[in-house]
Design a protein around this ligand. Structure first.
Ligand code: ZN
Length: 387
């Protein structure tokens, strides 16, 4: 097929690409716990104080925050690899006081300095005794870097490390001094052990650091954007090869999971979506809904997890990580040329993006520069970590 015909196909895709709201009804059951951003910038929790037991749920929205000590009014600040309290005095200090607070499920969060992505708030040596220092350390996912954020009432919270669940992050000696150190100590309900979360958020979903859905950052050209004027019901983005002479054809390209999660649905040929895979990621919306990703119009039979021989009764759970191949780009369903329709949405039940649960997928890809229709010029930090 000639180049010009395939280009035309791409244009037709733009026109014909499907709207998938109606085929599946999304029952949007909420999990409660809607946090309220107060006028003073702090966040008020919707739910009540939670024990460390099995009913752990999300207490604060994932997002970007300044974290202020209730006793001193000074902020959790990293300096080198240590963490201490400082006033919010100037732009430089502020950069060291902005934290990505990211919910990871099961009641736990990690806290990452926005200006030092790849590091996390860390309990020294995962120790479990009073006076253990708190700093930042390259992320490793262990119990020294996971925290429950539990309400103390009055809009303040305590940070309980997973490695020392009776202790909390506090300002040493209840000091109000500039630069006073931060450590862990047995929780006794004092205000130097309590923190107030003030929003510093511009784009909370960047904190998840999703990797791109194609190898080597390919195919970032959007032929039809998310909720455009022309197509307000287009709950996703359509991706093709970048329009240049030597661009590799997207047809048959491997589609990669952008983050870890579980395969929720595999449709061999799902109405207008054609061969479709839905993954529930390990990430959550700011309202606490699990985030799902759907890949549409895949090549028939290209999903490696689709075991047609198995009876329905014994369906195996399939887990993926960032980079796992979930299928190949095709043109199944209502599609006039090879492209990937990518949708992201928050829902514990629905396998479809719709008016109420859809989220622009572009918001998750911090390091991807999109081209084409409705691409957003985001300012991406320069990261050593960029792969
Ligand atoms: Zn589409």
């Amino acid at each position: 097929m000639s180049r010009s015909i395939s280009k035309m196909a791409v244009v037709l895709v733009t026109v014909l690409c499907i709207i998938m709201a109606s085929t599946f009804s999304a029952s949007s059951s909420t999990t409660g716990n809607h946090n309220v951003l107060l006028e003073n910038g702090s966040v008020q929790l919707g739910g009540e104080n939670r024990s460390t037991g099995s009913t752990a749920t999300q207490t604060v929205s994932s997002g970007q925050y300044f974290i202020k000590n209730k006793s001193s009014g000074k902020y959790l600040t990293y300096s080198g690899v240590n963490v201490a309290q400082y006033s919010r005095s100037n732009a430089t200090t502020m950069q060291q006081q902005r934290w990505n607070v990211v919910y990871t499920g099961n009641g736990y969060y990690y806290l990452e300095p926005m200006n030092n992505v790849g590091y996390r708030l860390d309990i020294n040596n995962a120790a479990d005794y009073n006076g253990t220092n708190v700093g930042i350390h390259p992320k490793n996912g262990n119990a020294a870097q996971k925290y429950q954020i539990l309400s103390c009432g009055n809009g303040s919270y305590r940070l309980v490390p997973a490695c020392s669940t009776t202790r909390v992050v506090e300002v040493s000696g209840a000091s109000t001094d500039e630069g006073a150190n931060v450590q862990i100590w047995e929780y006794v309900g004092q205000s130097q052990q309590q923190w107030i979360f003030e929003s510093a958020s511009s784009e909370p979903y960047h904190a998840y650091e999703w990797s791109w859905v194609f190898e080597e950052g390919k195919y970032t050209h959007i032929t039809s954007g998310y909720h455009t004027t022309e197509r307000p019901d287009h709950h996703g983005i359509d991706l093709t090869e970048n329009p240049s002479e030597d661009a590799e054809d997207i047809d048959g390209a491997n589609i990669l999971s952008p983050t870890s999660g579980q395969v929720m649905a595999i449709y061999p040929n799902h109405y207008s979506g054609g061969h479709t895979v839905v993954i529930q990621t390990d990430n959550y919306t700011t309202d606490g809904e699990p985030i799902r990703v759907a890949f549409l119009h895949m090549k028939s039979g290209s999903c490696p997890f689709d075991d047609e021989d198995e009876e329905e009764e014994e369906e195996e759970e399939v887990f993926v990580t960032a980079g796992t191949v979930v299928g190949q780009v095709g043109s199944t369903g209502e599609s006039s040329g090879p492209h990937l329709h990518l949708s992201t949405f928050g829902s514990p039940t629905a396998n479809w993006a719709n008016e109420t649960n859809a989220i622009n997928p572009q918001r998750f890809f911090k390091y991807v520069s999109f081209t084409g229709d409705r691409s957003i010029a985001l300012s991406y930090p320069i990261e050593e970590e960029l792969q």
